[in-house]
Design a protein around this ligand. Sequence first.
Ligand SMILES: [Zn+2]
Length: 150
Amino acid sequence: MSSREEAPDVDRLARAMLMLHGAHDDDDHDHTDTSAGTSSKAPAFSAERAAALREATQRDRERYLTSGLVSVDCRFCHVAVDVKKLGPGHTAVQWNGEATARCAYFAEVRQSGGEPARSRSCPKLADSIKHAVAEGCLEEASTAPSPGDG
Ligand SMILES: [Zn+2]
């Protein structure tokens, strides 16, 4: 008795098979051609890409470390330090040995028995940096949007 219930199922299956066959016959887009597989190209590409990426990353890091670094002369003691503007009101100053030794402010601190290392920066240099920023010599390292004057 249940054979009658199977009848439409078989019919649907036959139609589906016909559709599949017809689709295959009409256009062979469905027919996957595995012979055209270029599996040998994939690993070579990824290796090349990885090397390029590694190189780019290194270059990026170097650029990040050196980009925005501007030599600013202390107008008071005439030492040159590398300054990088990190953002509004934030500047990174890279003191080198010569600058630390020659800076008049640090010399003063040293003479008065203080520790120059404890003072973050020469106040005179900070003034010079401000001037450099005002003159547009220093560019912000961050890609922060310029503040609108609205
Ligand atoms: Zn100084």
